[in-house]
Design a protein around this ligand. Structure first.
Ligand code: CAA
Length: 380
């Protein structure tokens, strides 16, 4: 296994790091407070090719690999977890399934919209009664002439406020359970489609997270994504890909927290010397750095498997996501601890990072779901 990044990957990492420091970091606290979706940042990111990283150039993408996408999500999340997950969702939960499962017409019509940022992408899987168990979703799609008619409500939809193109899942045959679910590409302006209440979240607050409501929503027949009845496999494969990026988001937040803790520990003096000279602080810093490196290696491993063309990397993506979640919650807690009372205040970014970290244990499959996936693979 090659642990070195390629020249291209290093170049993209440095470019995104500079962009994130100059453009995203200065507004991260502000958008966390206001919950304002970062439309202006998205326009800038589109120009840099960050909204269609793995999508081939013929569809407006940057034609790069999945490891580079993980690096980009990490670098952005290091300074702004909201913008990090908006990037991850747009790339791996919206553009990727349309590219991977879509027809040529669907690719040509929708990918340039998503990659250019004209219409960002989002995905609608979760419902009020279907979280860890997406097969229990209640949204239905009934074929009526040349349209499907969708009815149902989706919730906790990241990017919803900023998006124009949604990948939505519904039952075309509820009795067939996993084999009766289908995926659809739904435009924001389709009749019967509307955005519901804007959630007031604990962290990742600027992600435009809302409900989606489909009330006799008319979706053209040609917007079926993949085969009728193939929707559950679209969800599972897409989540395998995007869990790599949520792992990367966790690594990025954790790295940002470690950087802040190291800086603060050198500046803050107690008992007549900088607190970084105390071994209990060094103990925490050593643990944080090691945890982050281990999580990053798991993220890179799963991304490089996808890059190498592996058909299944379910276990490795689940491990990366699960472990990065453990790490980011622990590392941000330690970063707040190193900052003491100041870390508990909004004056310091680690307060926001600690709140942002928690979601990594929850979305795109809770840590308990990742463990089920990993254990099922071990027991097979
Ligand atoms: N790739 C391809 N196929 C897969 C698969 C994968 N990774 N995992 C399962 N399948 C297939 C199985 O082979 C099986 O196929 P057959 O019927 O042909 O045998 C079928 O799918 C059903 O599989 P299971 O019996 O394993 O399904 P299950 O109902 O027990 O569920 C689960 C498995 C892992 C628990 C799954 O439900 C799961 O991942 N749950 C978590 C849901 C989740 O992550 N939601 C996140 C929402 S999106 C989000 O969070 C976005 C955001 O905000 C940013």
């Amino acid at each position: 296994m090659d642990f070195n990044l390629t020249q291209d990957q290093k170049m993209v990492r440095d470019m995104v790091r500079e962009f994130a420091m100059n453009e995203l970091e200065p507004i991260a606290a502000e958008i966390d407070e206001s919950r304002e979706f970062p439309h202006a940042s998205m326009k800038k990111m589109a120009k840099l090719g960050l909204l269609g990283v793995v999508i081939p150039e013929e569809y407006g993408g940057a034609g790069m690999d999945f490891t580079t996408l993980a690096i980009i999500v990490e670098e952005i999340s290091r300074v702004c977890a909201s913008t990090g997950v908006i990037t991850a969702v747009n790339n791996s939960l919206a553009a990727y399934p349309i590219y991977h499962f879509g027809t040529e017409e669907q690719r040509k019509k929708y990918l340039p919209l998503i990659t250019s940022g004209k219409s960002l992408g989002a995905i609608g899987i979760t419902e009020p009664n279907a979280g860890s168990d997406p097969a229990s979703m209640e949204t239905t799609a009934v074929l009526d002439g040349d349209h499907y008619v969708l009815n149902g409500t989706k919730c906790w939809i990241t990017n919803a406020e900023g998006a124009g193109v949604f990948v939505i899942f519904a039952y075309t045959d509820a009795a067939a359970r996993h084999k009766g679910m289908s995926a659809f590409i739904v435009e924001k302006d389709f009749p019967g489609f509307s955005i519901g209440k804007h959630e007031n979240l604990m962290g990742i607050r600027a992600t435009g997270n809302t409900e989606l409501i489909m009330d006799d929503c008319k979706v053209p027949k040609e917007n079926l994504l993949g085969e009728e009845g193939g929707g559950f496999k679209v969800i599972m494969h897409t989540l395998d890909v995007s869990r790599i990026d949520i792992g990367a988001q966790g690594v990025g937040i954790a790295q940002g927290a470690l950087d802040a803790a190291v800086k603060y520990s050198k500046e803050r003096e107690q008992f007549g010397k900088p607190i970084c000279e105390f071994e209990m602080i060094q103990d925490m810093i050593a643990e944080m750095a090691t945890q982050i490196d281990a999580a990053r290696l798991l993220v890179y491993r799963s991304a490089s498997m996808k890059d190498a063309g592996a058909k299944r990397f379910t276990r490795e993506a689940a491990m990366a996501k699960y472990y990065a979640a453990e790490v980011v919650v622990d590392v941000t807690r330690k970063a707040v601890q190193i900052h003491g009372g100041y870390g508990y205040s909004k004056e310091y970014a680690v307060e926001r990072m600690y709140r942002d970290a928690k979601i990594i244990e929850i979305y795109e499959g809770t840590s308990q779901i990742q463990k089920i996936v990993i254990a099922r693979n071990e027991l097979r």
